[in-house]
Structures are given as C-alpha cells and as structure tokens.
Design a protein around this ligand. Structure first.
Ligand code: PLP
Length: 402
C-alpha cells in the first residue's frame, strides 16, 4: 500500500484548518523573540466570565459526568430558544447541542445530503464549510455575485436562482450572516429575498448566525422570518464561540431545525459523540441564561474604530467597512505585480500575507483560505497596542512595495 493510500482519498485532500496553521506560525516567531501582531485568529480574548467558569467547575465537583441526552441537556435546549427569542416558534425538540458550531454544520450536511447532492455556499465561504460538506459526500459550490468588489461579495436572490437552475440536485444553501470573513451584514430584505428563493425551490436555507450579537453602529441582527412556510426549510446554526469572551475552547454549538431533521441529527449524534461534555454544557447554560452583556460588542466596536483610524490610506489596499463581527477585510489586489525590497513579485493573497509576516510581523488570514484570492482578513479582537503598532508596521511594509 502506498503511503498516500493509507488514508481515504477524501481526507488526503484536506488542508489543515488555516486558523490552526496560523497559531503554529505565531508560536514560531514568538519563540525567536520577534515581534508579532496577531490579526490572524478568529477568537475573542479577555477573561472567561466567572459565572461560566463556576458552572463548569461545579458540574465536575457534583459529578455531573455521566452520559446524558445525546441531543443535549433539556434545560440548555430550552434556554437556547430563549437566547434566540424563538420560544414561540420552536420547542426543545428542535434544538441539538453540539461540539461547537462545526459539528452542528457537519450534522446538517450528514442529515440532509445524499452522496453528490449539491450544497451552495455564499461567495466567501468560511474555511471549514467545504471540508465538512465533502466529508458528508456532498458537492460544494460557491454562489458568486456578478460584480465581486462592487457587491462586497454579497450575493442576491438572482445569483442564487441562477445557481439553483444550473444544479437541480441542490439540497441546501448556506448563508453566514454576519459574514466571516468579509464582515459584511446582509440586511433584513436581503436575507428575506434569499430565504424566499429557498422556500420556493424547496431547498434548505441554512443560516450560520455565529456572530449575530456582534453587530455595530446601533444596528440589530436581521432575524429570519419564521412561519409555517419557512419553518420546514429553515435551519439555524449558532453557538458559544464568538459572542462571549474566551469561549471558543468550550466547544459548544447548537442547531435549531425542523422536527424531522432534528430527529435525524440526534439519532446520528447518539452514535458518534453522545452529545458534548456535560460540564461544558452547564457552562454554556450559565453563559446564555442571563441578559446578554454587550460590553464585548462595545469593546469590539471601539477596536474597529481604532483600526479604521490607524489604517487610513494604507498604500495599495482597499479596506471595506466593518458593520459586524471582529474582522477587517482588505482588498489587496492593488499589491499584485508589485515588488518587495527582496525582489520578489507579489502575485497572490498568500504572497501579501507572507510578506506582511516576514516584513512587519503582521499576521493575517489570506483570502485564498476562503476561496477568494485578492483579499486578506484581519481579526481586531486583539490588544489596542497590537492594532496601533501592527498598522504602523503594515503601513511601512506596504509602502516599500514598488
Ligand atoms: N461558522 C463560522 C462562520 C465560524 O467563523 C466558525 C468558527 O470560526 C464556525 C462556524 C465554527 O464554530 P465553532 O468554533 O463553534 O465550532
């Protein structure tokens, strides 16, 4: 047996998760004593709320470590609906608690797709959508707008319809709103337009709303319409990882879905995880069972403003506005064809990202990981000092391109 045949052809093609690769790169530079301004990782910092920590610790102390309902703790499933303001539309039997939002997404692909069914993603899909879909033997396709930069990579109902016409075996359309990586926010009309197409075409509308609390400038997250027409086709994915401080590693997510799809996912989960760890579910319950503290939103909004101030008129890049999330999205096609002081020619987003790390210690995420060459994503969920110093370094490095 050849070495490359020792794992399945499907998994042999997977690249490791980009975010984890960045973590390694950051560690390497730090071990050499070089300054690093880390805009790479999509994770909030700060302290874990003491209530969340205490609930997890208490669950261990009280021995809440036995097998539980594979769909999740009933009280957490109930609380998720209150957190989303959807108690009047759904019951706990519509909720599945998962090991992060990632597993909720994987559950959906596994539950609704037959082999080779097509799944449609929006124009800048988050890094793991494709591997998760392929892992479920589905066929992922990106829906592209006709004019990329002008539309800020947002797609319209007409874009979606064009793709549905071309691919009759489509099972679902997955929209991430607010969008990681572009930081754009589809408004209520835009969401409704896409949802309506899905309902008409009897295709699932999967809404990944993981950043839904992190909406700035006094705006609110546009909730999807939930009624008897949309409910059979609407699946929502959410979780603990982004809207709180330091909760990504708790690995708790959830889905809210129609009865039949939820039943299939709980059944599946009963065979492969038996549900997430009970103490972390208790920690999640402590996070969402009180009024949401929007300190984090205000702090991130201030960081967004700081980054805007210090990145004004950076050479060769076009920085998009950030109405939500904690990402700044840069169109770096203006760097393409330019030469670095070392004499290399920049040809791709990966080249720009590598140049910024090498020259200025500025760590970003290259658009190539999001299947969109020509862009960089920067996470500003970092220290104010890193934002100011990092932008100073980026300005100098970009200014040296000729
Ligand atoms: N969906 C989006 C858009 C994300 O950005 C992420 C994580 O970065 C996930 C899903 C997965 O979330 P989790 O860490 O809860 O598995």
């Amino acid at each position: 047996m050849l070495d490359h045949e020792r794992v399945s052809a499907k998994l042999a093609k997977f690249r490791p998760s980009l975010t984890l690769a960045l973590k390694t790169l950051v560690g390497e530079r730090e071990s050499k004593g070089l300054p690093v301004y880390d805009f790479g990782l999509g994770e909030t910092k700060g302290d874990l709320h003491p209530k969340i920590a205490a609930a997890g610790a208490d669950a261990f102390t009280r021995g809440q470590t036995m097998y539980a309902d594979p769909g999740g703790l009933p009280e957490l499933r109930r609380e998720v609906l209150r957190w989303l303001g959807q108690e009047s539309h759904y019951g706990p039997h519509n909720v599945v608690i998962t090991t992060g939002a990632k597993q909720a997404l994987f559950n959906v692909f596994l539950a609704v797709c037959n082999p080779a069914d097509c799944v449609l993603f929006d124009a800048a899909p988050w890094v793991s959508y494709q591997p998760l879909a392929v892992g479920a033997y589905a066929f992922p396709v990106m829906v592209l707008p006709l004019a990329r930069s002008a539309s800020r990579l947002k797609i319209t109902p007409a874009d979606l319809e064009r793709n549905l016409d071309a691919r009759p075996h489509t099972r679902l359309f997955l929209l991430n709103n607010p969008v990681n990586p572009t930081a754009q926010l589809y408004d209520a009309d835009e969401v409704e337009g896409l949802l309506r197409v899905c309902v008409q075409r009897r295709v699932y509308f999967v809404l990944d709303r993981l950043y839904w609390r992190l909406v700035f400038d006094g705006n609110r997250f546009p909730e999807p319409r939930i009624d008897e027409h949309t409910r059979p086709w609407l699946i929502q994915i959410d979780g603990l990882s982004k809207n709180f401080r330091r909760t990504g590693g708790l690995r708790i997510g959830w889905s809210v879905a129609p009865d039949d799809v939820t039943k299939a996912m709980v059944n599946l989960q009963s065979h492969y995880t038996s549900g997430p760890a009970v103490p972390t579910q208790q920690a999640a319950l402590a996070a969402i069972d009180h009024v949401y503290n929007d300190d984090l939103v205000r702090e991130l909004e201030a960081k967004r403003d700081l980054l805007v101030e210090h990145s004004r008129a950076l050479p060769h890049v076009d920085i998009w506005e950030t109405p939500a999330t904690f990402y700044s999205f840069w169109d770096v096609t203006g760097c393409f064809g330019k030469r670095t002081p070392a004499g290399d020619t920049i040809a791709t987003s990966d080249d720009v990202a590598a140049y910024l790390i090498r020259e200025a210690g500025v760590v970003t995420a290259s658009g190539q990981a999001f299947m969109q060459d020509g862009y960089l994503r920067l996470s500003f969920a970092t220290s104010d000092r890193d934002i100011v110093e990092g932008m100073k370094g980026a300005r100098k490095a970009l200014g040296q391109l000729t």
